[in-house]
Design a protein around this ligand. Sequence first.
Ligand SMILES: Nc1ncnc2c1ncn2[C@@H]1O[C@H](COP(=O)(O)OP(=O)(O)OP(=O)(O)O)[C@@H](O)[C@H]1O
Length: 318
Amino acid sequence: MTTDPTLTELANRVTEARNRPAYGHDALITCDRVVRIFSTDGVEVQALQGLDLLVREGELMALVGASGSGKSTLMNILAGLDTPTAGAARVAGRDLLTMTAKDRLAYRRDVVGFVWQQTSRNLLPYLTAAQNVALPLSLSGARVRRRTRTERALELLELLEVADCRDRRPQQLSGGQQQRVAIAVALANSPAVLLADEPTGELDSHTAAQVFDAFRTANERLGTTIVIVTHDQAVADEVRRTVAIRDGRTSTEVLRRSEIDAATGHETVVAREYAMLDRAGRLQLPAEYTEALGMRDRVALELEPDHIGVWPDDSQDR
Ligand SMILES: Nc1ncnc2c1ncn2[C@@H]1O[C@H](COP(=O)(O)OP(=O)(O)OP(=O)(O)O)[C@@H](O)[C@H]1O
């Protein structure tokens, strides 16, 4: 039998709810029901339809999804190049909806670094690799002396194993070398977040693996939080967390962790798929699962002590 709560109990519940930390309060990147609508010639496209995403400091994660699912739209928002139509988005304490033009410039210069798929978009063709890396430092809000800029550029090129390319211009570098130099450029101002949109899209698998190693080095050695949009399954398989976007929302997530066999000491990576549950309790089941069981429109639910059962609609059979 349940009894009605007393006034004091109700007051306590209100205080508890008020004191509960806000969604994503401890995340470096928080996307809270982000919506982005594009209107062209009177036609509206909802590229992001209430996307939720949290990324913690120090993560190296991949974003995957079919063409047109909204990945680039999200990256442009996180890069400070575009603004959401609605929702909330914060990166390293910056509110991406309310930033002024001046804040936005400082944000792009000092808080985020990006690497794009087209190598030509990442590097200035008339500067050497070392000059390309030193350039963001000379544009930085913090005044950095010329000698320090050169030293920092060489340190980064060395870390990413392209120090031998320092005096070469982009057209004298291979695609993989250009992307590693591009990572060094993006890291020059020690950004809190490094964003990469299909950084290995134009490379063969061997070169792509080398470029991915450079991202891993940046993540492990410098502690930079990295978000990579990729179609490359090899890249997606290498990271601990892969988030899938479907129809402008995060749909499923694969987490990988290492397990060591107690008997043999052999290490294997175990992957497990998760579905996203939003704050309204909405759950998006993977299309392959619902199609395999012919589920549509309505499913039967049952609450068990440790799980929830989801069955095809059996109401017609009863
Ligand atoms: N500037 C724009 N104006 C109008 N519609 C746009 C614009 N940018 C993106 N869209 C639309 O928004 C949706 C999401 O596009 P987006 O480029 O984010 O997808 P994506 O997942 O990055 O795709 P891809 O993998 O092909 O790059 C698509 O339907 C696209 O046509």
